[in-house]
Design a protein around this ligand. Structure first.
Ligand code: BG6
Length: 483
């Protein structure tokens, strides 16, 4: 590990930093996996004294509705705070970078060895150009004394052209090997486990193709609204917020061909192939908006922003040609659940087809949350009868180690990967642009969103989208992985 390592977080007071990054840093501190000589430098506009800044971090970790539900230990917080510093300033003002350089030089001088840095952009995209230019002018992108890396958040851009613009802009200042494009779903344990499940075993993979699979469903539903994020969300909407990125990755992991090796290049190549093969059907897309959305804080009163979408697509490749993929996501829905269901065909000659439930399909479910796990739904006999009932074969997470009683948070995993220099679970430029091309086609077909009831499964049009193919959305089961 390097002599000194500094993580510079531009926008440390942002919702993103408070909800995800600071909490992940705590987890890493607790587990003892942070580089020994690591410093965190936070930035935001408002002036804060050292005491005020540390109070802000303590508050972020102790918030009522914080993201991580586990206990935060006072001594771990204090240890983390020793690493943390604050350099206030406007990111579009060159003077800020002089201040930052002086601060970073001071840290570097205290050590004789390497001086590695990661800049984390938890801030507004319209500041990117100014950040890159000023970092360069101040010599802060120089790699003579250690690596310089950039972490950048999704959504990258708001359509293909703007994403390309940001990618091209970054390429002017950084090499691709320095750019870590975050999609926190790529850091989720269960998502990564899909690759192990599929390519580390021989049992299921031979069945994951058009001969055996009837269709695929991908659901990401949340039983809460946009909360305090109106300013961000109203300009983005559901499809751009989670469809262009998280759900595309879910599809890619569940359907990609076996990578030739477990390397960044090979895994990324297969993900891109899936995104390129995905064909939308612009007739089969529904946008919804939950009732009362227009009255949320920082939302325009006549907003046409989607808080729900459902669409049907198809993978135009040899493995899945003709297998429909149904995708839906939204806020204020009946339940919070994120899962991928591979629904198998029912063999023509199934022996018990005429019994009640005899026509229920087998389903392979990758459950990303809650109750993470991998589940197979199948039929068994009810004891003492010849009736059928549904049961589950399941792998559920049960992590209890000295330092962890919870599944590692994606941010924790991805920040460590960026420190190690492993880009396997980060999106690359072409991947993001390809996903945008697909999403742009759906957005072109966008009409006014249909209003839906809070606590429902979205507008009835979304049910009709799948029903007209003789299928239905699967109800997420809460029977499995409750341990
Ligand atoms: C974020 C979106 O990227 O992902 C949010 O901006 C969404 O709107 C969140 O709620 C979902 O992430 P997770 O890990 O809670 O499923």
């Amino acid at each position: 590990m390097s002599e000194t390592f500094t993580l510079i977080i531009f926008g440390i007071t942002s919702n993103l930093a408070q909800k995800y990054i600071i909490q992940a840093l705590y987890d890493m501190e607790e587990k003892g996996v942070l580089p020994e000589k690591m410093t965190v430098v936070g930035n935001a506009r408002r002036e804060l004294t050292d005491v005020e800044f540390k109070d802000f971090i303590r508050d972020a970790l102790n918030k009522e509705n914080r993201h991580h539900k586990h206990e935060f230990k006072k001594e771990v917080i204090e240890k983390l705070l020793k690493r943390m510093h604050y350099v206030a300033g406007h990111l579009d003002n060159p003077d800020y970078y002089t201040k930052l350089r002086n601060f970073l030089d001071k840290i570097a001088k205290s050590s004789k060895g390497k001086d590695d840095r990661i800049y984390y952009l938890a801030t507004y995209p319209d500041l990117y150009q100014s950040i890159f230019e000023n970092l360069k002018t101040q010599g802060l992108t120089d790699e003579t004394h250690g690596f310089v890396r950039l972490m950048i958040e999704k959504p990258l851009g708001h359509d293909f052209m703007s994403a390309k613009h940001i990618n091209d802009l970054m390429a002017k200042y950084f090499k691709q090997s320095q750019i870590y494009r975050m999609d926190h779903y790529l850091g989720k344990e269960t998502l990564q486990n899909i690759l192990t499940f599929r390519f580390g075993n021989g049992l299921f993979e031979p069945l994951i193709n058009k001969d055996y699979v009837d269709h695929i469903q991908i659901t990401a539903s949340e039983d809460f609204g946009i909360g305090a994020r109106g300013g961000f969300y109203d300009a983005v909407g559901a499809l751009r917020d989670v469809g262009q990125n998280h759900q595309m990755q879910m599809l890619a992991f569940a359907t990609m061909d076996e990578p030739r090796a477990f390397t960044n290049e090979a895994v990324t190549e297969e993900r891109i192939k899936i995104l390129k093969a995905l064909k939308p059907d612009s007739k089969d897309v529904v946008f919804g908006q939950y009732e009362g959305y227009k009255k949320e804080d920082n939302v325009t009163p006549d907003s046409k922003t989607d808080t729900f979408y459902a669409f049907k697509g198809e993978l135009d490749n040899a493995r899945f040609k003709g297998v429909p993929v149904y995708v839906r996501a939204g806020k204020q829905l009946a339940q919070t659940v994120t899962e991928i269901s591979i629904v198998f065909k029912i063999p023509e000659n199934r022996l018990f087809k005429n019994l009640d439930k005899g026509k229920e399909p087998n389903v392979l479910i990758y459950r990303l949350q809650p109750n993470e796990g991998i589940v197979v739904r199948f039929l068994t006999k009810k004891p003492s009868t010849m009736e059928l009932e549904e049961n589950f074969l399941q792998y559920c997470y049960k992590i209890e180690t000295e330092h962890s009683h919870y599944i590692p948070d994606p941010y924790e995993r991805l920040i460590l990967d960026a420190i190690k220099g492993d880009q396997t679970f980060f999106a690359d430029a072409e991947e993001i642009e390809t996903a945008w091309k697909f999403v742009d086609t759906l957005i072109e077909a966008k009409d006014n969103p249909v209003e839906y009831r809070k606590g429902s499964w979205g507008p009835k049009e979304a049910d009709e989208l799948i029903k007209k193919d003789g299928r239905e959305w699967l109800m997420p089961s809460d029977a499995f992985c409750r341990i």
